[in-house]
Design a protein. Structure first.
Length: 154
C-alpha cells in the first residue's frame, strides 16, 4: 500500500493541513459538518479526508484528528490499530463518533495490508450520503447530502 502511518504523519498531514492524531476538542467531536475537504494522494490517487474521531458519543472522551482513505470497495469503516489504541477502542467491532455521528466501526485487521490505515467504507458513504464533488487540481469536497444547504464554496 502506498499509504502508511509514516506518510500519514508527514506528507498527508501537510496536504490536509492537520496533524495526524492531533488532539481535537470535544466540540469538534460532536460537530456535524455539512462538508469535508478532501484531496487525491499519491500515484494511486487515493481519496483522503480528515475527520475527528472519538470513542463513544463524545461526552468527556478524548478526540483526535484521523486521516481516512475513502474506499467504496470496502464494505465497512475501519480504524487502524493505532487509532483504536489512542481512542481506547479494544474490540474488533465497536462504535465510534466520526463527523459527529455515532457509527459502527471495525478495527483494521492486524496482519492485513491496511493495518495502519483508517478507511471510510460503503457503510459510511451510503449511510451518510457522503458524496464527492471534484474541484480539480487534486482537490474535492465531500458533502453530506442530508445536511447540505446549497452549493459550498470551493
Amino acid at each position: 500500500m502506498d499509504v502508511d502511518e509514516r506518510k500519514l504523519r508527514t506528507e498527508i498531514s501537510d496536504v490536509l493541513g492537520i496533524n495526524y492524531l492531533a488532539e481535537a476538542t470535544e466540540h469538534d467531536a460532536k460537530r456535524r459538518v455539512d462538508a469535508v475537504d478532501g484531496y487525491w494522494y499519491g500515484r494511486a490517487r487515493r481519496a483522503m479526508v480528515p475527520s475527528v474521531v472519538s470513542n463513544g458519543d463524545g461526552d468527556g472522551k478524548k478526540a483526535y484528528w484521523v486521516h481516512f482513505i475513502v474506499d467504496t470497495d470496502a464494505p465497512s469503516t475501519f480504524l487502524s490499530e493505532g487509532v483504536c489504541e489512542i481512542v481506547g477502542l479494544r474490540k474488533e467491532d465497536s462504535y465510534a463518533t466520526i463527523v459527529g455521528c455515532y457509527l459502527p466501526i471495525r478495527m483494521s485487521p492486524p496482519k492485513s495490508h491496511f493495518s495502519d490505515i483508517s478507511i471510510l467504507g460503503v457503510d459510511f458513504c451510503d449511510g451518510l450520503k457522503f458524496t464527492a464533488m471534484y474541484l480539480g487540481n487534486g482537490k474535492m469536497k465531500y458533502l453530506f447530502k442530508d445536511r447540505w444547504n446549497g452549493m459550498p464554496e470551493p
